[in-house]
Ligand binder design. Structure first.
Ligand code: AMP
Length: 368
């Protein structure tokens, strides 16, 4: 099947054209609508894509949509009802969903005869039981304002958990896997028999692990304090916790490569940030081992997870009593399996591929 995958951001469009699992073309159009950008808007961006790749015989377009709320538990064919529902969810993802909606609108206009499928970052986590998604706040407020954990990076967690089960030769339906997606954004997920049962991001992608520029878990009182005592307006607090927190806030640097470089030189801020980043991962691994009862595997993925032996080693250090260990040489080479022979828990490095997973889900929707 020939499938075009579009990931429309507020100022960028990433695309990849598949024939089955083979990539025919890919690219990124950036700074949309900016003065020095290549194109004026999403329509011009998609026109650019259409003129640079051969879309003859295209079977479908797959759109990455960040927030599917509680409404979407799987990839879904785009129609007017879907568009209206995603529009209703804009308050839950004010930065992300409008961009996806422009991508969808433009693709429907320019490719009216091609089926369009929306693939949601949140969908995979719809299997988490209510005790894993409910916040212990006034239930009527939560209900009225759609406040709950949704979780994100679902496409990546689903793909990596499946690939990990394959790597271990286990049926996906019984494997217990903890997936650690450590990129610019970062999240952990407990996957039981191919179903998400716990994840670290929450109502938004701000919760959980320490990230490049996002704070991860904090006491909500931090927000009241910054507002009431420090006098910051709520928009400024949101900006700070989203853009100037995490590794950026702790070190002035959001790139893990620079933080590690400074850590090796003994820089105190970088050392604290590195230790805090890895400790938070360890805390989530402990929690998810408890949720799952045991784990067949722990899988590292995305930029940091795939490329930093230091983060992998520090995050799982001292866990041998739980059957978790890392082989130094395998880890240094970023082998697929980095735990020693015979370890109770297999520790793996599994490169993620969200676009390939989106294309696979689109193909599955079309063959229903
Ligand atoms: P992603 O969002 O998956 O593209 O991951 C981006 C993150 O991966 C950035 O924070 C990079 O600093 C980090 N990264 C990329 N290469 C390395 C590396 N060799 N060592 C540590 N972090 C890396």
């Amino acid at each position: 099947m020939k499938i075009l995958v579009l990931n429309s951001g507020s100022s960028s469009v990433k695309y990849r054209l598949f024939d089955g699992t083979a990539t025919l073309a890919k690219g990124l159009i950036e700074r949309i609508g900016e003065q020095d950008g290549e194109v004026a808007d999403h329509e011009a961006a998609l026109q650019r894509v259409m003129s640079s790749v051969d879309l003859a015989g295209l079977d479908a377009v797959g759109h990455r949509v960040v927030h599917g709320g509680a409404e979407f538990a799987e990839a879904t064919l785009v129609d007017d009802v879907l568009v209206a529902t995603v529009e209703r969810l804009v308050p839950l993802a004010p930065l992300h969903n409008p961009a996806a909606l422009s991508g969808i609108a433009v693709a429907r206009k320019l490719l009216p005869d091609v089926p369009q499928v929306a693939v949601f970052d949140t969908a995979f986590h719809q299997t988490i039981p209510p005790e894993g998604t409910t916040y212990a706040i006034d239930a009527s407020l939560a209900d009225r304002w759609q406040i709950r954990r949704y979780g994100f990076h679902g496409t990546s967690h689903a793909y990596v958990a499946r690939k990990t089960a394959e790597l271990l030769g286990l049926p996906s339906a019984t494997a217990k896997v903890i997936t650690l997606h450590l990129g610019n954004g970062a999240s952990a997920c407990a996957v039981d028999g191919g179903r998400s049962v716990a994840t670290s991001m929450g109502m938004s992608p701000l919760a959980g692990l320490v990230m490049g520029t996002r704070c991860g878990d904090i006491d909500p009182t931090v927000i009241f304090h910054l507002h009431r005592v420090a006098g910051l307006p709520v928009e400024e607090i949101e900006r700070s916790l989203t853009r100037s927190a995490g590794m950026q806030g702790l070190t002035g640097d959001n790139d893990m490569r620079s933080v590690e470089h400074r850590w090796e030189q003994g820089d105190p801020a970088a050392t604290l940030a590195f230790d805090l980043y890895c400790r938070r991962i360890k805390e989530y691994v402990g929690m998810y081992l408890a949720v799952l009862g045991r784990a067949d595997a722990i899988a590292f993925t995305a930029g940091v997870g795939e490329k930093s032996p230091e983060v992998r080693a520090a995050s799982l250090a001292g866990l041998t009593a739980l059957g978790i260990a890392i082989d130094e040489d395998r880890n240094a080479r970023s082998d697929r399996i980095i735990s020693p022979e015979g370890a109770a828990v297999t520790v793996c490095v599994v490169p993620t591929d969200e676009e390939l997973e989106i294309a696979g889900q689109v193909a599955a929707v079309l063959s229903r």
